[in-house]
Design a protein around this ligand. Structure first.
Ligand SMILES: [Zn+2]
Length: 408
């Protein structure tokens, strides 16, 4: 037992210690499978420490990292208790990675090799070599194969043998991994035969169900699949079902199978309403424009019109400017519209005044800051965006000042 880098005979409550036992059922983190957790108990069943992590010591011993709850002594006999339900979920995920490995090869080809894996109680992660995309159909096929192997209730057999024998059995070994003379082969019903030191279920049907959550590229030629099994898969289905029910409720579908149809119907309705909305906006604008073009003001002999409106986009303002130009009712025209906290602003100058040096681009540059934005454009027509609709009245007031400044 080691505490603070010293070998100790005993440890007290709250100490963190590293302990090596003569024998242990605990699995140390290795080959992507996370370590077990559990408790150290007295022979009468009193819990005296919690095992938080298990690592492999340099000489191959299993080193338990524990938080002490009650005084613990060296050279005593204790009962080691692995957290079973956690272990059970880990073994399901681990055996599922073996099935997935073979399914990948079946679907994508023999080049799809394991490039890393992580197996914890909540999910499994499997990295593999493959250039190019994995299609949705290929993913579905792999998922289907793994589930078929679960339904076939294949026995999981572990044998210790020599590396040569293992190769004869057709065991998949990881390239670049070092193997001793004695190796452990995990055989899932002859479908998947792999060198592995990890902990597995006894029969493939113990996995329950296998569900792929995601597939993505994580580097050049390396891709990653994340998946769940058993209880986590069931919870995943429940969550998806609840999301679909929520969607059904929102679109007022009686049954979830009607959701897609309802959404299409809503999209159609929205399209029609958008069309109606556009034509209504145009009508409003035309009605307003009639009065608007009579509202001509004058500074130093220069006539101008300013106009503030709402919910009109830049395109609508440009159409309005075109009408203004056709009617030739003033020398300058400035329009601004506020929509959802954003400002669209446009300035236009008649041909006559352009020749006298009044430029729409210059004007909009001085107006835009009032509306919290920037602008620019051609001398005859320029536009600006901004995020301060409250500044529109000040911007429009400034038009008279600008004309005065530029016609001295
Ligand atoms: Zn394995």
């Amino acid at each position: 037992m080691v505490a603070n880098d010293d070998i100790v005979e005993k440890a007290a409550a709250d100490d963190r210690v590293q302990i090596i036992f003569r024998e242990t059922p605990f699995y140390a983190e290795m080959g992507g499978q996370v370590a077990d957790k559990g408790t150290i108990e007295t022979e009468t069943g009193e819990v005296i420490a919690e095992i938080e992590d298990v690592k492999r010591a340099p000489n191959g011993q299993t080193m338990h990292i524990a938080r002490v709850l009650k005084e613990i002594h060296s050279n005593e006999t204790y009962v080691l208790h692995v957290d079973e339900s956690r272990r059970r979920n880990i073994t399901k995920n681990h055996t599922a990675t073996h099935l997935l490995h073979q399914a990948l090869k079946d679907v994508l080809g023999n080049h799809a090799n394991q490039a890393g894996s992580l197996v914890n109680p909540n999910q499994l992660r499997f990295d593999f070599t493959h250039f190019g995309q994995v299609t949705a159909e290929e993913l579905v096929r792999m998922e289907e194969i793994v589930n078929e192997k679960i339904w076939e209730a294949l026995p999981v057999v572990t044998v210790e043998t020599t590396i040569d024998k293992a190769k004869e059995m057709g065991a998949m070994a990881l390239f670049g991994e070092k193997y001793g003379k004695e190796v452990r082969v995990v055989d899932v019903g002859g479908y998947s035969v792999e060198l592995c030191g990890g902990v597995h279920v006894q029969n493939s049907q113990d996995i329950g169900v296998f569900k792929i959550l995601s597939e993505s590229g994580i580097g050049a030629g390396v891709r990653r699949i994340e998946a769940v099994t058993g209880q986590a898969a069931y919870q995943y289905f429940r969550t998806k079902e609840a999301e679909l029910s929520e969607a059904a409720h929102l679109v007022k579908a009686q049954q979830t199978k009607e959701v897609a149809g309802k959404i299409n119907q809503l999209k159609q309705e929205m399209k029609e309403m958008q069309g109606e909305n556009e034509s209504l906006k145009a009508k409003i604008m035309n009605a307003e424009a009639k009065d608007l073009f009579e509202n001509v003001e004058t500074v130093n002999g220069v006539t101008y019109i300013t106009y503030e409106t709402k919910n009109q986009d830049m395109n609508a303002l440009r159409q309005l400017a075109d009408q203004w130009r056709q009617k030739a009712v003033s020398d300058l025209f400035v329009a601004a519209s506020a929509t959802d906290g954003k400002v669209n602003m446009l300035a236009a100058v008649s041909k006559d005044k352009l020749e006298q040096g009044l430029k729409a681009g210059d004007l909009i540059k001085t107006l835009a800051p009032y509306a919290g934005g920037k602008g620019g454009g051609r001398p005859d027509m320029a536009q600006a965006g901004g995020n301060n609709p409250a500044g529109i009245p000040d911007a429009l007031k400034h038009v008279a000042v600008w004309i005065a400044d530029n016609t001295k």
